[in-house]
Design a protein around this ligand. Structure first.
Ligand SMILES: [Zn+2]
Length: 363
């Protein structure tokens, strides 16, 4: 994959992301800032009229948010189809079918609607329980839910992804030694059961006694042992330094701040969090603050990635294998060697390929 093609691919992907976010902002603005939100709320009240008085307000929130989220998902569909067909087919895979993409998007859309409904219910219940401090209770509850979900998914991947113990005794012994040297105990080293993600390489996933090293079959076949060791050492660093917990703590802080700003906006509009038409406005303002904080979240991630690279180099001492692995990963993800500063700040969780290679050279 040459650099120009990678740059074009990444540019088109970013454009699709921006269009998708813009569609969300427009939908939320239309329902949050025009009488359409109140109309939808009135229709919702009619639809939930049959529910018993005790559960009615909750039923209204569920219906209101589900309709809003469904409208958003339907509008996002063409963008996703565009991304899937014109990008992945043009640049990477030849097996992307429209049916498969629509199915994948319906699945993702259903998850999106469910997440939005949970968010709406949490705001509503928080407003009833905590009154003016709704934003704080919402921030704490959603952050706890996010942490639980991340932990659950990681444990699930650790369990379901482990196909079979690694067949190669030399590599197994070497990686076990590596994790002991890193001070990160692992329960086992496994071949990664494939789920059709051709980008998966090696991962350390799960927590405590359930933590496992997973390595994709392609990597076991094609990569040298030194390269595999370097990538696993990088992953071990994320566990050793509690990078996930740090990231979740920053997210919790940003989420609560974003909700506090949404509360200010509601107050100045003379609205209350427990009123249905306030929900799109809360999502719009809090979502805007969250998006604006993207550079801070990415900066933390890039700092953690640089630390993991340095840790991997120090632990293994294999600068050449590190360079080879970074090049392989860059090709796999169609990474740009030298992205612009704006692109880095807005879109990149990882240091660029050039930065990572320069770091290895300095050692
Ligand atoms: Zn990493």
């Amino acid at each position: 994959m040459n650099e120009a093609k990678a740059a074009r691919y990444q540019r088109l992907r970013r454009r699709a992301d921006v269009v998708s976010a813009a569609a969300g902002i427009v939908v939320l603005a239309v329902f949050g800032l025009t009488p359409l939100g109140a109309s939808l709320a009135a229709w919702t009240a009619g639809a939930a009229a049959e529910t018993s008085a005790r559960w009615r307000s909750l039923a209204e929130v569920v219906v209101f948010v589900a309709v809003l989220a469904a409208v958003l998902e339907v509008l996002a569909l063409p963008v996703v189809i565009y991304l899937g067909i014109s990008l992945d087919r043009r640049f990477k895979r030849a097996d992307t079918s429209v049916g498969g993409l629509v199915f994948a998007q319906l699945h993702a859309g259903a998850v999106g609607v469910a997440v939005a409904v949970v968010g709406g219910v949490v705001v509503h219940v928080s407003a009833r329980l905590a009154g003016a401090a709704w934003w704080l209770l919402t921030g704490v509850a959603l952050s706890a839910a996010l942490a639980a979900a991340v932990r659950g998914v990681s444990s699930l991947i650790a369990r379901s992804g482990a196909a079979a113990a690694l067949q190669d005794p030399a590599l197994t012994a070497r990686l076990a030694r590596l994790s002991a040297d890193a001070g990160v105990p692992v329960a086992g080293i496994f071949e990664w059961r494939e789920h059709g993600h051709e980008e998966q390489t090696a991962s350390v996933t799960g927590f405590g006694r359930g933590r496992r090293v997973l390595i994709a079959p392609d990597v076991l076949r094609d990569w040298s042992q030194d390269e595999i060791a370097v990538v696993v050492a990088h992953e071990l660093s994320h566990h050793k330094h509690h990078d996930l917990i740090q990231a979740l703590m920053l997210d919790a802080l940003l989420l609560s701040s974003a909700l506090a700003v949404a509360d200010l906006a509601l107050r100045s509009a003379g609205a209350a969090a427990r009123e249905l038409p306030s929900l799109p406005l809360i999502a719009l303002v809090a979502g805007g603050v969250w998006l604006a904080a993207t550079p801070a979240r990415h900066a933390l991630s890039r700092w953690q990635e640089r630390r993991a690279d340095q840790f991997a180099l120090a632990l293994t001492g294999h600068a050449e294998a590190f360079v080879a692995a970074v090049r392989r990963l860059g090709a796999l993800h169609l990474a740009e060697d030298r992205p612009s500063a704006v692109t880095r700040w807005l879109f990149h969780h990882h240091p660029s390929v050039d930065e990572r290679l320069a770091m290895a050279e300095r050692r």
